[in-house]
Design a protein around this ligand. Sequence first.
Ligand code: PEP
Ligand code: MG
Length: 563
Amino acid sequence: MDAVSNGNQTREVKGEILSLGFLAGRLCLFESKISVPDHEATYVDDPAAEIERFERQVANVIGELERTCASLRDISFDAEADIVQTHIYLLKDPQFRQGVRRQILDNGLTAQKAADKVLGRIMSTLEESGTWLTERTLDFQDILNRLESELFEQESAFIESLQHISLHPVIVTHELLPSLVLEARRLKECAFVVEKGTTTSHAAILAKSFGFPVVRVDSLVEVGAAAGRDVLVDAIHGCVIFNPSAQQVDKVRDLAHGAPVARPKSSLVNLWINITDPIQVRPEVLLRLEGVGLYRTEVLFMASKGDFPSEDEQYRVYRRLFETCKRTPVTFRTADIGGDKMLPYFSLGPQENPFLGLRAHRIYRFHPEIFITQVRALFKAVQSQTHLRVMYPMIEDIEELRFVQSLLSEAIDSLKSEGAEFRQEFLQGIMIEVPSAAWEIDELLKCVDFASVGTNDLLQYFLAADRNNSNLATDYYAQSPGFLKMLKSLVIAADRQGKPLSLCGEMATNRAFLPLLVGIGFKDISVDVHELDRVDKILSRLARSQCEELADACLHCRTSQEV
Ligand code: PEP
Ligand code: MG
């Protein structure tokens, strides 16, 4: 038996920091798959009740799929609707239903295990066939996923159970998902230990913005075996310590709390903050800032239960932000839904590549009301002193920009025709996060007042490397000479057009890249509110001339290795 499973010996597992911070607490496993005896999640006492539950959940999933199917047909997406329809047929198939019922009744399996077994059998037959049918396994997997999420409502129930334990929970889960992080907001404090995930994933970005430390370890086997034990998540040095001593906890705490930073604004760059919730903007922080450089408004939509937040709900949230910010500029990014930012109550239908599929304004082509409602709420909330900067995400080209601008005008016209009073002065900007926009930067800048480079997405689309895939950590590298040249070309174009350009991706919080970005010529940088002190500290040690020399050298490198 090793020290972890053995008992009280202190032991450390190294990992990668996905979100800074530290927490001493108790290890809680989220997924039953992590080192939990199989029988715990496999059998039920009351098979009849389980069958009833299964039927109810299947009916819910069918209802959801039928709604998706109808909305796809409405917009003439018949091929996509047909795919959804096959999922409905599968779920309605009496043989499948009967198979699951038998497994529950005869073997006392949970509905999820039973469905897993029945669909699993079909999937392996298809897989072994080695024909085109192999691809159909994905359909079954999708159904299984839907059923699982319906059957368990796992995340919500899990977090609820944690609310009753006194020690700070350290949640162990295979993959950090945005929905779980959002649920975790109900806890005062928590930390995560995961096996999959990257610093630029939206889940990690959310964890950062809520102040939840996250460490990624290579394997959860050891960690899982320590469930229920005391643990220190040290997302400052990058490790997880089991049975930590009081001195170890104190040492990390002292380091984390450090000397309070009370510096004047940096002279090298203007610092802005990225937020996901107006609650994160504290008046004393505003004094050191240029403004809010990125308000990820879609998080409000992701956190909403059951349906889209109404115009009135949105209005109240935005108004709070403007009241706090007073004259400090606020960059309000219109909702960037899609990709890994799914809404539990709004299905986009099956998509093989969600990051290349319906995202942001692509959704508004079919559902303009989402955008229009948001903009109406926004303009109603604006205060007389507000410096509003409206920013559109994922803009690919002029057509897309014109399209969202026309929707914005529509929203404004609707307010005017109602006689609503609101302030119409605002700046419009775009995010540069799709390579096509970088190629069209001059033309795009002519149509807007400012732009902000979203390196998280720009890098993923530039290198065709998923920002969420930790196996691609060495492929998703911002030190790619081509990428640095692209950034430099954006700075030059913005100068040429006389338009302000900022950078709001996670790259700016990396101590290795920050000097390079200063040297490349970025004058405005927006970082997560929790990273502010650290970034400020790094900036205070930099000299512009050295940053420029560094950038010059890097821009002449031929390989990432050289950079
Ligand atoms: C980005 O892509 O760099 C960005 C800031 O937007 P998000 O991380 O929300 O996709
Ligand atoms: Mg982005």
